[in-house]
Write a protein that binds this ligand. Structure first.
Ligand code: FAD
Length: 411
């Protein structure tokens, strides 16, 4: 093994969280090295963004890098179950800066962000897998890395940001993973040539529908700008597994069981591999240490239902990068107060909505024919990802407010 490569900050993973943190820190003059296991472009799930994401992209100076990619504009969400339907538009939401966002093909989106991080000065290595961490020298963690050719090397840094997503490199190596206490959910998904012609199926809406007999099983249809769409189903892992012999058969059987999605996809061509994902709700005991922090899905991921993943990834990357900049500059940082606490507060707002979605009480709110306009404004702002907005009562006391609202709508 050669001498370690040195950098100020080592970042594990070049997904949205890793590239955003890398750009932020490289812009402030730090020597940043990103270590990415795969080669881009590569398929990734998580294509429907939230308006809050646009603030984050702008704050990191990354908006221009993706603005001209031709992504499908997204203006709201359409929820459906049996013959019921409810629409929420971001334009109705209160306290937001953006009333639209995008549906992005993640292979392209992630590649653009990583290229921009590298253009701004970060070194991004592809085909390099982080396998170990040595934290015996205080303030100088060393990552053990193997590249595609089987060569090993070490990267020494003053701070490590783990943005490895489902790879969960530091949670595994440092035993930070907590016991998942929620239900065991799984997803099956693919991309199709959607063939959508029906005028009521708007490409600028994310379509979410619910299984007619299982309120805890839901479908997504994310239309892209090129006539293709991302489609998938999330539900109890045993229920999904029992639908067919493999992921493709399970997805087809589930689509056939839900009339709204089956009708939307009546002319679709299934021309791509079907993927599956399991155990994606991933709690950790803590999100930081003296010389590391966990970003995006390497930290906590709640659930895909409200498309919060990329927004949390970007928000966590910006918060952590700001603190790393100050710490490397000599300040003493209270990571609990300034990073973990606010990040978890936002995650807990999403969690309250996720729980109410799966127990079906929130579905009554979405399907209420004429919800009061202040409800549309406040709930719309959560759906737009503004879960760190302390002026919204639904953010400050999410569970209590939601319970009252769900009771009202149910009656
Ligand atoms: P990732 O995007 O996962 O990037 C992590 C990177 O780290 C990868 O490129 C990986 O190759 C690399 N890596 C992993 N291990 C190593 C290693 N050992 N060494 C080096 N590199 C490594 N979010 C949304 O916002 N909208 C949605 O519509 C949405 N839908 C979803 C649907 C499903 C079924 C699921 C499961 C998730 C969904 N998400 C969605 C969540 C979204 O996928 C993630 O939140 C988002 O990708 C997290 O970004 P990230 O940068 O943290 O990690």
């Amino acid at each position: 093994m050669n001498d370690a490569i040195e950098s100020d900050v080592a970042i594990i993973g070049a997904g949205p969280a890793g590239s955003t943190a890398a750009t932020w820190l490289a812009d402030r003059g730090w020597h940043v090295r990103v270590v990415e296991r795969s080669h881009f472009p590569r398929f990734a799930i998580g294509e429907s963004l939230l308006p809050k994401c646009m603030d984050c992209l702008a704050e990191a100076g990354l908006l221009e890098a993706v603005r001209h990619a031709g992504y499908q504009i997204k203006r709201g969400v359409r929820f459906g179950r049996s013959n019921r339907m409810g629409r929420f538009y971001f334009a109705d939401a209160a306290g937001t800066n953006w009333d639209w966002t995008w549906h992005v093909q993640r292979a392209d989106f992630d590649q653009r962000l990583a290229s921009e991080a590298s253009r701004r000065g970060a070194i991004v290595g592809f085909g390099e897998t982080v396998e170990s961490i040595d934290r015996t020298s205080p303030g100088a963690p060393r990552l053990g890395i193997q590249n595609d050719s089987g060569e090993s090397f070490e990267l020494s840094a003053r701070f490590v940001l783990d943005a490895s997503g489902a790879g969960r490199v530091l949670p595994k190596l440092l035993h930070l993973e907590a016991e998942a206490d929620g239900p065991d959910r799984a997803a099956v998904f693919t991309h199709v040539a959607d063939g959508i012609e029906h005028p009521d199926l708007r490409r600028d809406e994310l379509m979410i529908t619910v299984h007619p007999e299982r309120a805890d099983v839901w479908y997504w249809l994310i239309a892209f700008s090129d006539g293709r769409a991302s489609i998938g189903v999330v539900g109890d892992s045993t229920f999904i597994a029992n639908q067919g012999k493999d992921a493709a058969a399970q997805l087809r059987a589930l689509i056939a069981a839900e009339p709204q999605i089956a009708e939307a996809l009546a002319n679709a061509t299934f021309d791509r591999q079907t993927f599956s994902a399991k155990q994606f709700a991933t709690p950790v005991d803590r999100l930081f240490g003296q010389d590391f922090a966990l970003l995006g899905n390497a930290g906590e991921f709640v659930d895909p239902i409200f498309s919060s993943g990329v927004t949390v990834a970007l928000q966590s990357a910006i918060s952590a990068a700001e603190l790393v900049d100050r710490q490397l500059g000599g300040e003493s940082i209270d990571w609990q107060t300034d990073f973990e606490h606010p990040l978890r507060a936002g995650l807990n707002v999403f969690r309250a909505y996720v729980d109410a979605w799966y127990d079906a009480s929130l579905q009554d709110v979405f399907f209420t024919p004429y919800p009061p306009s202040d409800v549309r404004q406040r709930v719309g702002s959560i759906l737009a990802g503004y879960v760190w907005n302390g002026n919204n009562p639904f953010v400050v006391q999410p569970k209590r407010r939601l319970r009252t609202l769900c009771r009202l709508c149910a009656t």
